[in-house]
Write a protein that binds this ligand. Structure first.
Ligand code: 5GP
Ligand code: ZN
Length: 138
């Protein structure tokens, strides 16, 4: 529990939330300011700032919970697809600094917006250099 963390307070029940799933290590609840109906958040109970500092043993449990909640959201909202996003640090849009993943029901003709950004034209030799830079930092 981190002082002044909204999501830690939700976990502790100090702030009300519309919970949809809870186990020993994770909680899923409705986003209070939803982008679409059914917008759900999944968080680890262990406080961490975002994916970049999530301990591996916590991260390992995330995927099955995301799958379980996504399938439930998809069924409940008769969605045709699920869009998931997760932001790390303010430069990426993160506003609440307790690790979380957004789950959004999507439909073929919905107006949620296109989330495939415009693509750059980059030579394969340059892309290969980018790969080398990343590999050096793994
Ligand atoms: P971020 O921008 O950090 O990826 O997303 C934070 C999300 O948390 C936002 O979508 C915002 O609407 C949601 N949020 C912020 N405060 C609360 C709250 O007190 N309760 C709930 N349920 N959601 C919140
Ligand atoms: Zn927290």
């Amino acid at each position: 529990m981190e002082n002044d963390c909204i999501f830690c307070k939700i976990i502790a029940g100090e702030i009300p939330s519309c919970k949809v799933y809870e186990d020993d290590n994770f909680l899923a609840f409705m986003d209070i300011n939803p982008a679409v109906r059914g917008h759900t958040l999944v968080i680890p109970k262990h406080h961490c700032r975002n994916l970049l500092d999530t301990p591996d043993n916590v991260g390992a449990g995330f995927y099955p919970v995301l799958k379980k909640v996504s399938l439930s959201v998809k069924a409940a909202f008769r969605a045709e697809g699920i869009y998931m996003f997760q932001q790390n640090e303010p430069a990426s849009g993160q506003e609440v600094f307790h690790s979380h993943v957004h789950i959004i029901p999507r439909y073929k003709n919905d107006d949620f917006g296109k989330h495939n950004p415009p693509r750059l034209k980059v030579e394969i030799s340059e892309i290969a250099k980018d790969a080398e830079s990343i590999k050096k930092n793994i």
